[in-house]
Design a protein around this ligand. Structure first.
Ligand code: G6P
Length: 615
């Protein structure tokens, strides 16, 4: 978490940095700060709160300068206040640093520096790092570039950093390990951008260099960046082409990114399947699968590792791979997998699912699986992200930047890719009939139109959500393919409306949650027609018998549930394995409208961050 951005070039740095911070605010919004270098002076402004608060705080002050660094924080060490906000400075105020990550051995380093007479203003690990760099630079009388490398060799933990020095207005030093860092390359080395992702500079340049773990870069105007790793070996600069339009980064007339992203899903699913399913929908090809067929077909088992919404997508993937490929699948929280001494070896294929491709636990799970010899397949959205780079192969979901903290279009993209993945393997293994295979591919192709149809119920869902803003608790139920959807619906509601919600497999309700049901505890039941529809009908009867209010998602033409539920939302028919991709739309909209009606900050819910780059 935390977003960092830096600029050096001919433009005024302040507007570039503030705009960049707004783009990165999804990564944390506890405090924000900026350092601007101008005429051998360094002006630093920091405040608790969001980037907009920083702008108010800075208003009327000197913001001149063509070089600067800026930060938006998700607090780890130290409460969110102005003192703990970044940038942090060395004691003599010569150096300023911004940092995303955690320095795990900061207490040891802090004690050692205190013995040398260093004092500290904040509670942060970052201040320790900048003071350490200052100590090394002063005592070794070396360049900032060398001092940063020496300091980072002493550091245990994760970092993406950018450092500037008062009086040294042509140079920024940056480095990364485990936290992402991208460098936007201006024309003829006349300007450079450094940021946690490419969104702050996508409108200025389409040339990007992704720093690798333990690489340190020296950026100087008029020169090609110099990259060295911590072993002092110089690395080649690999400039990649960026394919992102400005409209993808803006709200495009919607009040929130989340609503925009929900409404984008007909297009994002189309983008996700484009070029992968042939025109008559008789074949699907994923190059990541085709190029590694031997490994994938001989897998003894698949292990899906993920967090949050991506974990829910993984649960649907499990159901599909087991049903169609007849290979056992385990779905693990990446944070548990990495510490549970997992039994995994070269006969396993690990599938890492991550929108950002930067989630620290998922990345660590990938590295652990690789160290044990497993073949690792990545399903990511952010191109060039750490997980995408650390996996043996994989498939991008290609849904475009997801900015709302609550994941929506990434979820449907992930499930779509997992479906195509299962279809590719099932076909090769001959564990699926031709009819079912083609029916599912046709179903995948029909998804954009079906989602468009469901999106038209927006106003109905808005009215329905107005009825339930009173609720303090909510239960979501589903079975089979719809059980992970119940979990996802509950997660969406609690993330953005702060209403407590639990997702449960419908039949498990009898083993606990049924005790909670009364007229004040509504239940959202996903009761679309599938192979266990009748059982779901009985579960609804059990809720109604106890005075519970029921909202049900049903398939068009449904008679039984419609006569029992208090409110129904009709879904178009689609094969049951694809139903979650359509049925999640009303769940997303329901959570969205409840949150809006409760006056919540939908795109930036409290305490959450989109990209969780700390454990
Ligand atoms: C955070 C986000 C969720 C996301 C989860 C996993 O909790 O708020 O929306 O599902 O991280 O992120 P990933 O980028 O790995 O999918």
């Amino acid at each position: 978490m935390c977003g960092i951005v830096a600029y050096i070039g001919k433009r005024e740095a302040y507007p570039v940095l503030i705009k960049g911070l707004h783009r990165l605010e999804y990564r944390g919004y506890d405090s924000a700060g900026i350092a601007l270098l101008h005429k051998k002076e360094m002006n630093i402004y920091k405040t608790k709160g969001k980037v907009a608060d920083l702008e108010k705080f800075v208003a009327g002050n000197d913001t001149q300068g063509h070089m600067g660094i800026a930060h938006t924080r998700w607090a780890t060490h130290g409460v969110p206040n102005a003192i703990n906000a970044h940038p942090h400075c060395s004691g003599n105020n010569n150096l300023a640093i911004i940092h995303n990550g955690i320095i795990e051995n900061y207490l040891l380093l802090k004690k050692a520096l205190q013995k040398q007479g260093y004092t500290f203003k904040s509670d942060t690990d970052t201040e320790v790092l900048v003071q350490l760099i200052d100590y090394i630079k002063t005592n070794n009388n070396c360049s900032l570039f060398d001092a940063v490398q020496t300091a980072l060799r002493k550091v245990v933990g994760a970092y993406a950093i950018a450092i500037v020095e008062k009086g040294n207005e042509g140079e920024i030093i940056a480095a990364r390990k485990s936290s992402p860092l991208a460098i936007g390359m201006g024309k003829d080395n006349e300007e450079f951008f450094i940021a946690s992702d490419v969104t702050p500079f996508a409108e200025y340049t389409n040339k990007v260099v992704y720093l690798k773990d333990e690489e340190v870069v020296r950026i100087r105007l008029g020169e090609s960046p110099k990259i060295v790793n911590l072993d002092k070996t110089e690395s080649e600069i690999n400039v990649e082409h960026l394919n992102m339009s400005l409209s993808q980064l803006e709200k495009g007339g919607y009040p929130h990114f989340m609503l925009k992203e929900i409404n984008e899903q007909p297009q994002t699913i189309l983008d996700c399947i484009r070029g992968r399913i042939n025109r008559p929908a008789t074949d699907v090809k994923l190059s990541g699968v085709m190029d590694h067929m031997d490994k994938l077909l001989s897998a003894r088992r698949f292990i899906i590792v993920a967090c949050g919404t991506s974990w829910h997508a993984g649960l649907i993937g499990k159901h599909m791979i087991e049903e169609f490929c007849r290979v056992p699948v385990q779905v693990e929280y990446a944070s548990e997998f990495r510490y549970c001494c997992p039994v995994v070896d070269e006969q396993d294929v690990v599938i890492a699912v991550s929108q950002s491709g930067e989630t620290a636990d998922t990345l660590a799970a990938v590295q652990l699986a690789k160290s044990k010899g497993a073949f690792v397949y990545g399903i990511c959205n952010v191109v060039g992200s750490s997980i995408a780079r650390n996996t043996d192969t994989g498939t991008y979901i290609h849904v475009g930047p997801e900015i709302g903290v609550a994941s929506t279009k990434a979820f449907t993209g992930q499930v779509t890719v997992l479906t195509m993945f299962a279809m590719c393997i099932a076909k090769m293994k001959r564990t699926i009939s031709k009819e079912r295979y083609e029916k599912i591919l046709k179903g995948l192709k029909s998804l954009p139109d079906l989602i468009k149809e469901v999106l038209q119920y927006g106003n109905k869902i808005k009215d329905l959500s107005a009825v339930f803003t009173y609720a303090h608790n909510f239960l979501y139920l589903g079975r089979g393919y719809n059980y992970p959807l119940a979990l996802e619906g509950a997660l969406k509601l609690k993330e953005i409306s702060y209403i407590h919600a639990e997702g449960y497999p419908s039949a498990e309700m009898k083993h606990g949650p049924i005790a909670l049901i009364d007229h004040e505890m509504p239940t959202f039941v996903i009761a679309t027609s599938d192979s266990i529809y009748e059982k779901t009908v009985s579960n609804i009867q059990e809720i109604k018998a106890r005075g519970g209010k029921v909202i049900a998602l049903v398939t068009k033409g449904d008679k039984f549930v419609s006569s029992m539920a208090d409110y129904i939302l009709e879904m178009p028919y689609v094969d049951e394995c694809l139903a979650p991709i359509v049925s999640c739309i009303p769940l997303q909209l329901f959570a969205y409208y409840i949150a809006v009606q409760k006056g919540r900050n939908v795109d930036q819910p409290r305490n959450l961050a989109k990209s969780v780059t700390v454990e």
